[in-house]
Design a protein around this ligand. Structure first.
Ligand code: R7I
Ligand code: MG
Ligand code: MG
Length: 349
């Protein structure tokens, strides 16, 4: 489809759910042989096995809250979004939430709370979380707002409801930017895609909070920009091993160690790769490759899935994968609603 087509919206939202659901199998595994990944993915084709439904985790649970809030309020409403996060957590606390964020979610359900951003600020001795929980649910912001500055602003605020460290919320901004650009067809020119991300993040990371957090956490002055440059270097190389990707970009639970990794997975899998089956299309390659990195597989596959889905569109998603993932059908319906909201806003309505 063309830029911002319905197929791209559906691809983005559905592939994010698939990444989360199929990635759950390997979350936290240190080494994941590609053979195990392919076995897992092939078993999804085999309905006779009756392996049932793969449940989604906190990644999708929170993304669904974001989507519902944006649709119901026809825009960003921090009170409403915070309430939905709290409600979702109290209804289904067993979705695999990060160990710190549950404190925020409990505080957010208090009716006495006056500032919905305060519980997030109290995390980790007042510095806030740098986990990837803001980034894992950032894709819907790119699907709701056509304007780039809105995407940046609201992805940031949406993440700050749980993640007040700049390394947490800037990861969400980067993820939303990547989905936004992919939706426009920007992955047709991968070099320009990464250059655009660097230009945007140069501006995003040019502030006091970022410099402060980077200094305290002993990171480069602009941590996400530095990682994007590493991605560019890796792209220029003809062969890159999984070990090198993990070494350079990481596969962990911090936004800094997972959002750039997810972006790299998408870029690396734009072409066929020796380690991946020839009959796989780009979206299947991206998901398989994300899982093979190990570590925070559900979240990396979820984020890579959103970016790749926005590029390849819904047609690239195997029916058999969709059928066995909880919430995939809902995501498909919500994508249609977001597509309408997005195009209403772009007409100035
Ligand atoms: O970021 P968050 O929502 O977790 C998301 C991850 C995804 O992989 C999901 O799939 C799910 O499995 O969890 O939750 P947080 O609790 O805010 O952050 C996650 C973890 O990162 C924390 O439990 C800490 O271990 C670590 N972390 C920190 N550690 C020390 N200092 C995050 N911020 C800090 C910090 O400032
Ligand atoms: Mg999860
Ligand atoms: Mg995870």
């Amino acid at each position: 489809g063309g830029p911002a087509s319905l197929s791209r919206f559906r691809g983005a939202l559905v592939a994010a759910v698939l990444g989360d659901c199929v990635g759950g199998e390997f979350e936290g595994a240190e080494e994941v042989p590609m053979e195990s990944v392919l076995q897992h993915l092939n078993s999804l084709d085999d309905e006779t096995k009756g392996n049932g439904i793969l449940e989604y985790s906190d990644d999708t649970a929170m993304a669904r809250c974001v989507v519902q809030s944006l649709l119901t309020r026809t825009g960003f409403d921090e009170q409403d979004m915070a309430r939905r996060f709290a409600k979702e957590y109290s209804t289904s606390p067993g979705r695999g939430y990060g160990s710190g964020v549950v404190q925020v979610l409990k505080k957010l359900s208090s009716p006495q709370l006056s500032d919905v951003y305060q519980p997030a600020r109290d995390q980790f001795n007042g510095r806030g979380s740098f986990g990837n929980g803001g980034a894992m649910r950032a894709a819907p912001f790119a699907l709701a707002f056509p304007d780039l500055s809105d995407v940046k602003r609201f992805a940031r605020l949406g993440a700050m409801l749980t993640h007040s460290c700049s390394l947490g919320y800037n990861g969400a901004v980067l993820q939303a930017l990547a989905v936004h650009l992919s939706l426009q067809g920007a992955l047709d020119l991968p070099q320009q895609f990464i250059s655009r991300l660097i230009t945007e993040m140069e501006e995003v990371e040019d502030d006091e909070a970022t410099r402060n957090d980077a200094r305290i956490l002993k990171e480069a002055e602009k941590p996400f920009c530095e990682r994007l440059h590493r991605i560019r270097d890796l792209m220029d190389r003809s062969k890159v091993s999984i070990e090198e990707v993990i070494f350079e970009l990481g596969n962990g639970i911090a936004a800094l160690h997972s959002v750039p990794t997810a972006i790299f997975c998408v870029l690396h899998c734009l072409q066929p790769r020796d380690c991946l089956p020839e009959n796989y299309g780009g979206l299947e390659r991206t998901v398989a490759y994300s899982l093979a990195l190990g570590g925070d597989t559900d979240t990396i596959a979820c984020m890579a899935g959103a970016i790749a889905g926005a590029h390849y569109g819904i047609e690239a998603i195997p029916q058999s994968w969709m059928r066995c993932c909880e919430g995939a059908e809902d995501a498909d319906l919500n994508a249609e609603r977001l597509h309408m909201l997005y195009h209403q806003s772009s007409q100035g309505g």
